[in-house]
Design a protein around this ligand. Structure first.
Ligand code: NAD
Length: 467
């Protein structure tokens, strides 16, 4: 047996071990997981033939099972995700799984448009693409797979996933859960598939494959650019660096709490999370005072320099993010700086300039630089610069409707949360549905079942209209 096969066997054993006491025992515990990407695509295509003849009610039955199983397995998925990737917090990952199970739209999201009149009846119906290729990140691995599965299956598709290699165990578990749900609800096996060893190469095979009708790429700039260069229709859910603006009219104690709640959620891994603050000078000290009361720890300029050296690697004068610190607890980062702090500290804050590397870079760590500006005009300019044209997310705390409207229009992001924590945008403490794929780069916004459909017009001339 080759070393590679040994590796695969070890991974399978580990997944089975993790699945053992959690999900209902099945005869095929790793359904949908293949050695070869071509086989994974062929199997999803075959499953698609069965999905095609299923009723919408049958699809909804599968989705209901996925929801139940996600909730049953939320803790194990959260623990495995943190253990495998070394990123995030188990308590928050449990909440993320519960949220997606409860608030990801199903088949009800897909609507038909109709025109009827003297010349007959015309319908626009939303149909499946067939097999979707989905590339998923390490920061919300099982969350993205389960959330994508609900929306993509609701739309009548099957899915082939190419997960991040650093999150393969938890991703395989999610794929297995979806297939178990399908089988238990009378659907096909391999309704979603993946490979034991996803690589950039397997991702490229997926993106270029003739049997893939749509690509959903969730991750950093590299994968989104690759998906958009594939020659196929692609949903580009890319990186962000969301600023949060606080003006002098805001409810400062509430703004401070909301910002720390959002920025520390899952240790700042969500792409929508507050990554830096832009605050007018009139309220900046009060804001930081209340942030400290809400579990933030303020560091000095010298400590911010040390922090920069810790979380970046200097590569011939270019600062590169040190991935070892992504998604780590704030208190662990502070202890690495030699600070003797309590585990309750959930975010690090400091005052910094608009060009500070800890502010400009999308860190995905509970570190929040706070830029002081003279007034709201300057806040708008700085926030737009820091968002860097990602058109992803931005947030604001204010009671001035004109100010809120102006920033929303000028920064032009897919998400703009006003007077709440960033995660309100995902339906968590805010209205609206949940998604973990926010197609910021391609303008599709927060994806849901209808995003994974194609539009088809069906015309009956001079008939069926009863007006
Ligand atoms: P990443 O870009 O390193 O990896 C994401 C996925 O893309 C992985 O499966 C990876 O293997 C693959 N990949 C990376 N480069 C590729 C290439 N050139 N060709 C083909 N595949 C490639 O991202 P990550 O560290 O796992 O996740 C964090 C990043 O993702 C952050 O930038 C975050 O903002 C972004 N993100 C965006 C959303 C969104 O909905 N917009 C959601 C989650 C994460």
């Amino acid at each position: 047996m080759s070393v590679q096969e040994n590796d695969i066997e070890l991974i399978v054993k580990q997944v089975l071990l993790n699945l053992k006491n959690v999900t209902k025992a099945t005869t095929k515990p790793s359904i949908g997981i293949f050695h070869d990407m071509e086989d994974a695509i062929a199997a999803a295509k075959e499953a698609g033939k069965k999905v095609k003849v299923m009723t919408i009610e049958q699809r909804e039955a599968i989705i209901k099972k996925i929801r139940t199983k996600t909730i049953e397995n939320a803790k194990v998925l959260a623990e495995l995700g943190v253990e495998e990737t070394g990123m995030g917090r188990v308590d928050h990952k449990i909440l993320k799984h519960q949220l997606l199970a409860n608030k990801t739209p199903g088949t009800e999201d897909i609507k038909t448009i109709a025109w009827s009149g003297d010349r007959g009846l015309t319908l626009v119906e939303m149909g499946p693409f067939g097999v979707i290729g989905s590339i998923t990140p390490s920061t919300n691995p099982s969350e993205t797979i389960l959330c994508n599965s609900i929306g993509m299956i609701a739309a009548g598709n099957t899915v082939v996933f190419n997960p991040h290699p650093g999150a393969i165990k938890v991703s395989m578990m999610a794929v297995n859960i979806v297939n178990e749900a399908s089988l238990e609800a009378g659907g096909p096996e391999n309704i979603v598939t993946t490979v034991f060893k996803p690589t950039l190469e397997s991702g490229n095979i997926l993106m270029k494959h003739k049997d893939i009708g749509l690509i959903a790429a969730t991750g950093g700039p590299g994968v989104v650019t690759a998906a958009l260069s594939s020659g196929k229709r692609a949903l580009g859910a890319g990186a962000g660096n969301p600023p949060v603006v606080v003006d002098e009219t805001a409810d400062i104690p509430k703004a401070a709490k909301d910002i720390i709640d959002g920025a520390s959620f899952d240790n700042n891994l969500p792409c929508i999370a507050e990554k830096e603050v832009v605050a007018v000078k009139e309220i900046i000290d009060e804001l930081m005072y209340y942030m400290v009361l809400n579990g933030a720890y303020e560091i000095t300029d010298e400590e911010a320099d040390l922090l920069t050296k810790l979380v970046f690697i200097n590569n011939k004068g270019r600062l590169v993010l040190n991935r070892d610190w992504v998604g780590k607890d704030a208190y662990k980062i502070l202890r690495a700086l030699g600070k003797d702090v309590h585990e309750d500290i959930r975010c690090i804050i400091f005052k910094g300039g608009r060009d500070h590397p800890l502010i400009v870079e999308e860190l995905m760590m509970p570190i929040l630089g706070i830029v002081e500006v003279d007034d709201f005009n300057e806040a708008v300019e700085v926030a737009i610069a820091l968002e860097q044209g990602n058109r992803h997310s931005a947030h604001m705390h204010s009671r001035n409707i004109d100010n809120l409207t102006r920033l929303a229009r000028e920064i032009d992001t897919a998400i703009f949360v006003k007077n709440g924590p960033s995660y309100a945008a995902l339906g968590f403490g805010g209205e609206g549905y949940c998604t973990f794929t926010i197609a910021s780069r391609t303008g599709d916004g927060l994806t849901s079942a209808k995003t994974f459909t194609k539009s088809r017009r069906c015309v009956l001339a001079d008939g069926l209209s009863i007006r």
